[in-house]
Design a protein around this ligand. Sequence first.
Ligand code: ADP
Ligand code: ZN
Ligand code: ZN
Length: 737
Amino acid sequence: MNFADIILPLAQPCYTFAVSHIPDLKVGEAVAVQFGQRSVYTGIVLRLHNDPPRRGKVKPVIKRLYDFPLLNSRQIEFWNWMASYYLCSVGEVMRIALPSLVKPHAQTEELYQPYTLPQERVLRLKSMPEGEELERLSRRAPRRAALLALLQSNGGEIPRNECQADSAIISALTKAGMIEIFERDCQPQQLPITRSLLPMLSPEQNEALRRIDSGLEACNVALLHGVTSSGKTEIYTHRIAQALSKGQDVLLLVPEISLTAQLVERMRGMFGQRVIAYHSKLTPQRRTQIYMDMLRTPAGNFIVGARSALFLPYKQLGLVVVDEEHDSSYKQSEPNPRYNGRDAAVMLAAIHHAKTILGSATPSLESFNNAMAGKYAGVTLMSRYGGSLPPKIIISDTIRAVKRGERKSHFNKELLDRIADRLEHGEQIMLFQNRRGYAPYVECPRCGWTARCPHCNVTLSRHLKSASLRCHYCGYSVPQSINCPECKTSQLEAKGFGTEKVEEEIAALFPSARVLRLDSDSAGSDAAYNRIISQFAAGEADILVGTQIISKGLDFKGVTLIGVLNADNLTNAPDFRAVERAWQTVLQVAGRAGRRDKAGEVVVQTADPNHPLFAALSERGYQHFAAAQLRERQMFNYPPFSRLIRITLRHHTAKTLADTASALGTTLREKFGSRVLGPVTPLIDRIRGEMIVEIILKIETTASFSRAKEIVSEQVTTLRQHPEHKGVTIICDVDPI
Ligand code: ADP
Ligand code: ZN
Ligand code: ZN
């Protein structure tokens, strides 16, 4: 072939290069190409053909980089799907899909250094002494003879660092011409699977597994709705073992990197060292090693990872498990591709003709709806393993508590009495507030001045530990001032409350209690996160105050009481998913209580106890709750009854932004009519000094979504090229969250 379309790690379409000077080039191979003035990039061959491009001179590819493709055909199919589904370039997929070391680029050809596989030194047997010569050697230099024997029994070759012999012996044998040393690429690692006994399933678990088995036959995707502690993980392991025993790859996805370590441990207990953790916090070297090893070993790898693990070079996936499938952390919100890891997992499995299990104690309405429609096989598991009791949920009315004088700082008496009781019994307590810092804003009681971020249209949060006011959107921070800078007469008051304030108040109310706090301020690093978790698990604290982080995956045996301090924060979010999210969050937090012999209690504080959410707030209430929510979504034509594309426009000047947004709105309206909403100003309309405007497209499920996206893409591309609109950033988010 004469030409190749090459993927470059850029927000650009693929470009065509000449390749006739490179024999036998294949799709998926990595090449070095010159792009731009002098820059050299690592590119991937997407397509080979003989059609010269209509415009411009075609540059030849500089060189091929390896003697094997860096991508297999299924990965290419997956990348193409992702780019077209999420409206971005294949190059942008490449940017996040390949470990950074294997896709270097440089300003000049001299500076460009492709990735090379690590090398290892290997000893090779050249001539084995025989008869008398061997006997003499064995007598005079037994250790030399032993090394020769070892080499012989190993097929003649052993990597240098795998044999104990010291260098004197090796150099003597080399000099004698009996062995030689050579260098080669390090051999790929594929550690053994050691299969220990899988956990015996309870009758209920067995029944769920049986229904997953038959469901997967019919649908390929199963949704396992299993309450917290029902043993979903144990059920997965049976299907995982089955796929591994067929020599297939298995991917077990979790929504957050912090959850991989725990699960890898559990899986290693059953499958041994073959279990590999993969996520973006590993070192570039480790990620590259995993990628290159998988490329060069047969299928049968078992990966536990976060969404970036979707891009590994699986040869034959047999099973993909998406744990906590409802979790919005599966969505990559920035940068492109803005993909949902759960949805991409289902697609990846389909490309491999593999099965998918989606698991959750609080399934997303999208997946629930798919199960109702028969697209997925729905399986429920409503009993906890070992018969532990579901948590008891108590809705506590804050308004009534205030009226009766039964509220101290941010706690109702119903909660405080229980905290006192648990502390007395030496049991643990978790307090959830989905806001970090001390207070979300500070206000002058006299003139009403509030501290705002100079770059974003938001208030600054007060942080106690750092004595500062901070912006949670751009990171801007100023030292906390005591007096109002406006009227200079009055002291600023902290309004609302975050985890730091909860920590302070609870310590004041219960001076002898040991309190820990877990949020992104206190658990900035993995080490800090692990320290807090293990301290609390070891019973070194009585109360754990935290944000969303405490609701995920943690299992503390000593916790018997949970307080949700302000549920209204959750339900009042300006988002059609707010109620669904609130329900999931409260139940996930509740799931941390009393996971063994004691039934836990969960006190949910709210000023709006009649909100329909609270009536459905039990695991068994899900069917009812979900059905009601879906009816509402249908009425207002929200997903899953429509699909959304959110187009965000950003610019420093309001006028340019408004002009561009209205131009785009007008052209889109010509094509889509009333399906176009906006341009509208979002709640937070300025971040990092840029104004923000949004246009939402709502496409009914009966229409062609791919055609709609093509039109959006064309219009946005045209607009971007227009000189008047050039400086405006336009971002398309498909299935925004
Ligand atoms: P889920 O993921 O549904 O919340 P887990 O899989 O974490 O539940 O199980 C909860 C607890 O019960 C775990 O400690 C697990 O080891 C235990 N467990 C569940 N099923 C079994 C089983 N069949 N045999 C032994 N232990 C089990
Ligand atoms: Zn003032
Ligand atoms: Zn800011």
